[in-house]
Design a protein around this ligand. Structure first.
Ligand code: NAD
Length: 368
């Protein structure tokens, strides 16, 4: 899981004869990202972080707004011909500076652009949720396998210092055997016209957005895969924001060890919290998964202790995430948050929706 100059040099040296991308990493050139979708996340959050990356840099953008594309290209000194429209996206095949395509589009467009990127011979980073169905996730994984390209999901929180320390504490037995996780994520979605509220674009409501963090936390804090899910939804369908997708949904996961997780997401309150209870203590994170400002404490024997995690070797979670894929490309390793990880979540997401719809517990792992 560790990224570093030494790892990259060692692995890259062993792989000079590999694909062109690997050969370039071995020569020390940073791998080139093309960012697809210049919205709040792609433009506002990801592009600025590329300046701080050790193994990555911005080389192209893909946008529906040519003026915005030209402005970003000028601001970042991109080479001529580095701005693509969605329609001419497939021409990225002819641009050897692009090693990795990062898809930052509305959820229902992830599958199409990931598959086209793989067919163009590029490695792919895809935002969460990976797609809007299990079938799409499977097709994305198959396309990347066929093209022999790597696929990573933008689960930035796996590179965030507090969450990494929380996972380490849980696995180390610091609070005893893990029995229970409670995870709640939400924000107030005010704009009724937002794509997140249009099912054809989002695939679903709060579960497809912040709910992914609640689900991920339940899985990484227990370190287990759930065997059953029971869900309930509560949405005011008269609210113009929620005609197509859910507002609040809550679900219980049962794990093989007997541990349970109570998870929740909503679009009508701000919350961001993960509580993990073991037999001898608890680990609390609040805020847990924000871009920054995380706080963590442990509770044990009647006292609470604030926890400051050891710093990561990368500047922040975004930089760690962005540099992880070039590291994996150079070393031949699978990303710690691969396409399979996104698929696992999507299988559970489908079961959560099905449980809420049918009013019954859904067994996971093939059993319905
Ligand atoms: P946004 O609305 O700010 O940007 C979406 C981009 O897609 C815009 O550039 C828009 O022009 C473009 N687009 C193309 N076709 C579109 C269409 N039919 N409708 C609407 N926009 C269209 O959204 P965002 O917040 O940047 O989210 C993009 C993706 O990133 C989503 O999958 C979201 O879940 C994910 N995201 C992840 C994080 C994270 O912390 N990992 C945070 C925010 C968003």
């Amino acid at each position: 899981m560790e990224l570093g100059r030494r790892d990259l040099l060692v692995s890259a040296a062993a792989l000079v004869a590999g694909s062109t991308g690997i050969a370039r990493a071995a020569t020390g050139r940073k791998l080139g990202y093309a960012i697809v979708g210049l919205g709040n996340y792609g433009l506002g959050r990801i592009i600025p972080q590329l300046r701080d990356c050790e193994h990555s840099r911005l080389v192209a953008v893909v946008t529906g707004d040519a003026t915005k594309g030209a402005r970003v290209a000028a601001e970042h000194g991109l080479a001529p011909g580095s701005v693509y429209s969605y329609a001419d996206f497939d021409r990225i095949r002819d641009n050897p500076a692009i090693d990795i395509v990062y898809v930052c589009l509305p959820n229902s467009q992830h599958a199409d652009f990931v598959i086209r990127a793989a067919r163009a011979g590029k490695h792919v980073m895809c935002e969460k949720p990976m797609a809007v169905s299990v079938a799409e996730c499977e097709a994305m994984i198959a396309a990347c396998k066929k093209a022999n390209r790597k696929l990573m999901i933008g689960y930035r929180i796996h590179f965030e210092a507090y969450n990494r320390e929380a996972i380490r504490l849980a696995r180390s037995g610091a609070v005893g055997k893990i029995r229970y996780v409670q995870s709640e994520h939400g924000f107030v979605q005010r704009d009724p016209e937002a794509w997140r509220l249009k099912k054809a674009l989002s695939g679903g409501g709060s579960l497809m957005d912040m709910g992914i963090y609640s689900l991920q936390a339940a899985r990484y804090m227990t370190g287990e895969e759930p065997i059953a899910v029971t869900a309930r939804e509560s949405t005011n369908r008269k609210d113009p924001r929620f005609r197509e997708v859910e507002d609040m949904i809550e679900w219980t996961l049962e794990f093989p060890s007997g541990a349970m997780a109570m998870c929740q997401s909503m679009y009508s309150a701000n919350q961001n919290r993960v509580l993990t209870m073991g037999e001898t203590g608890r680990i609390e994170l609040e805020p847990a998964t924000r871009y920054d400002g995380q706080k963590m404490w442990t509770g044990k024997d009647g006292r609470e202790d604030m926890v400051t995690p050891p710093p990561t070797r990368w500047k922040n979670q975004f930089v760690g995430q962005l540099d992880h894929l070039p590291d994996c490309i150079a070393s031949g390793r699978e990303p710690i948050v691969s396409g399979e990880e996104g698929l696992r979540d999507m299988r559970i997401v489908e079961a959560i929706y099905r449980s809420a719809r049918e009013g019954r517990t859904i067994r996971l792992g093939g059993r319905a």
